[in-house]
Design a protein around this ligand. Structure first.
Ligand code: ATP
Length: 292
């Protein structure tokens, strides 16, 4: 085995793009490589004690700048430190694009995004992304052991810290039942884990990273009941005290969000808590009815 200090290097070469992006992975890495990935961020400012406030100020965005069509239109909101905000809306309404913009994968064509009041263009974008973690609906596992996979969140973490993260992610029990526990190989040539188990590994990884901003890209397909319960418990633990932004495909898991923003064609058409929105006739109720 590689010495501990070199193990991350091995993973970094396999996952260099994700490493560079700071965020663990978002959509497909290829998509980002192909995209108008913003390399020209020149900002140098590092927020020493980031609070995790994110403001969209009159943000508009188009993937194709030649065309009139705008994917995000004049969107404004302030996401307070520790607030849990969920984006909902039909497919193509711009939920994922909001997150790509927030992470600086693209720059707005109008307006700006501010983090703790600092314009994104002034920020050292890599350092900013280090403060963000993403748990996706389909979490990639690296080829390596479970230990490597969790430790990827913070390569210098001790085994005890990894164990603790696994425990808070409701993953310890199933890991210990595997033939080689934390040393069990996963990924291409290793044992295959269920979707819910992979998700809990990703949550443990994010916990180790201890991000200020957490992005949850919600599963479209339901996990089985038991799995869903333990994933939800792990997510609740992870989200506590952090600014959390959920891209919600299913509505059932965002009941407890502080605020739900309903998007249609890149515009906010209503917002409020679950209870507020569920009472009103309108887009949210239509989405709810459609999922019944
Ligand atoms: P879904 O629920 O299907 O994931 P979404 O609400 O997250 O949808 P986005 O993925 O943000 O929506 O897409 C918004 C619009 O932008 C869509 O019309 C989509 O086709 C377009 N779009 C998304 N990514 C790209 C890209 N990389 N290049 C060009 N257009 C894109």
């Amino acid at each position: 085995a590689l010495p501990v200090c070199l193990a991350p290097v091995n993973m970094i070469t396999q996952f260099s793009m994700q490493y560079l992006l700071g965020a663990e992975s978002y959509k497909s890495i290829k998509e980002l490589m192909d995209s108008a990935y913003v390399e020209q961020w020149q900002g140098k400012r590092v927020l020493e004690a980031m609070r995790g406030e994110v403001e969209f100020r009159n943000v508009s965005f188009a993937y194709d700048k030649e065309k009139e069509h705008r994917t995000i239109r004049n969107f404004s909101t302030v996401i307070r430190p520790g607030e849990h905000v969920a984006f909902v809306g039909p497919s193509g309404s711009g939920k994922s694009t909001m997150v790509s913009l927030m992470l600086g994968f693209y720059a707005p064509i109008d307006g700006e995004i501010l983090v703790d009041g600092v314009p994104q263009s002034e920020l050292a974008i890599r350092e900013f992304r280090q403060e963000c973690a993403i748990v996706m609906q389909d979490n990639l596992l690296l080829s390596g052991t479970i230990l490597d996979n969790i430790r990827f969140g913070r390569p210098l973490a001790t085994e005890e810290e990894v164990r603790e993260a696994a425990q808070h992610a409701s993953a310890l029990e199933f890991i210990e039942e595997l033939p080689e526990g934390f040393q069990t190989k996963v990924g291409e040539r290793g044992v295959s884990l269920s979707g819910g188990q992979r998700q809990r590994i990703a949550i443990a990884r994010a916990l180790l990273r201890n991000p200020k901003i957490l992005i949850l890209d919600e599963a479209t397909s339901a996990l089985d009941y038991e799995s869903e319960k333990s994933v939800q418990a792990a997510i609740d633990y992870l989200a506590k005290g952090r600014t959390t932004i959920t891209i919600a495909h299913r509505l059932s898991t965002i009941r407890s969000a502080d605020r739900i923003i309903v998007l249609r064609a890149g515009e906010c058409i209503s917002e409020g808590s679950w209870d507020e929105l569920a009472e009103q006739e309108g887009a949210f109720k239509d989405l709810l009815d459609a999922q019944k």
